[in-house]
Design a protein around this ligand. Sequence first.
Ligand SMILES: [Fe+2]
Length: 426
Amino acid sequence: MENKYLSGFGNHFSSEARTGALPLDQNSPQKAPMGLYPEQLSGSAFTAPRHTNLYSWLYRIRPSVMHKAFKPLKELTLKTFFKPLHINPNQMRWNALKEESGNFIEGIRTVCGTGMSHEQRGLQVHLYSFNQGMQNKYLMNADGDFLFVPQSGSLQVKTELGFIEAEPGEIVLVPRGMKFQVNPLKPGNCKGYIAENFGSPFRLPELGAIGANGLAHRRHFLTPVAAFEDLEGPFELIGKFNGELWSAEMGHSPLDVVAWHGNYVPFKYDLRKFNTINTVSFDHPDPSIFTVLTSPSDTPGVANVDFAIFPPRWMVAENTFRPPYFHRNCMSEYMGLIYGTYDAKEEEGFGPGGGSLHNFYSAHGPDVEAFEKASAAELKPFKIDGTMAFMFESRIPYMVTDFAMTKNFLQEDYQEVWQDFKKNFK
Ligand SMILES: [Fe+2]
């Protein structure tokens, strides 16, 4: 691990794949070492405050500008990045995607989303299912960061700054504007979720009364060391601009960065390293204690999107209904399941790879079986184990795509799980 990744979140890193490739004193010397071209990639406005200012200097074999004109890829866009157009107040739940044959970019399906990439707010939720490498194709998303949540199959994510390998249980972030390629790490199908964040870049949440330790720790975020491809031949750069895919031919691999320094970087994080905080007396703290990463909005304390997880944890609360309680939320909740069983849903409808949406103020909570079991349970310390569910919690309600309404994907009978509560009132 030590050789492949640099540890830390928000750090300013330096890395070189060839000793001496990184200029030591200047960002843009008249002649960079080894005949490389210096190029800056910014992730924030130049004048953003220091703690949110993001940029990296890349030292590459050829400058990024060296590609032919972009042409629209209308058919591929229609197959993958569906437009979230319809508001729906219903509790909604979906099956997992089928195993699809093709590469990563062909295997994306948008389920829901909110906000606008060109207004830099909101996010979209995509699923992916693919079994082939991208070969001579590379992607550059000008719209948002891609937060990958692999559910089955390990990923190889090659980026301009280096190469990441991630298995289910880990997440990967590729920042907006960075060129990358996603391949199956091993032969087989890869499935998972993506939050495409249009808002401010994800950062670690404030810790408040928790103090210095707890939740996701900075040192567990891993950024790849510099790695590059010195390849010539026919290559295709696929760009995503305002939800539409475009294609540009080029004569070399765009992953030709030999050295870099900066803090605008891709990373991975192992969700199993999350230090979970919860009650040791009674009741539930709000689920914000499960936040791994947050994309703040302009309003203090109100996230554009929070990425939260429901990891293995001990349940010790006394005299308490322990599963997630019934609630109605002003925020909107997309949930997915990486593995195991979620403790508010005992029946089979919420399976690994599936998803659910409880949009603004849609009532939800445990199903009848989970409610009755938890109400009668003997409250001994108990460990919820072997499970990892997550939530993309959005400030703005989600709209759903036509694809999300597809028969055999959408579970049309979802409301049935709540219809048989008994009247216990006496
Ligand atoms: Fe909820």
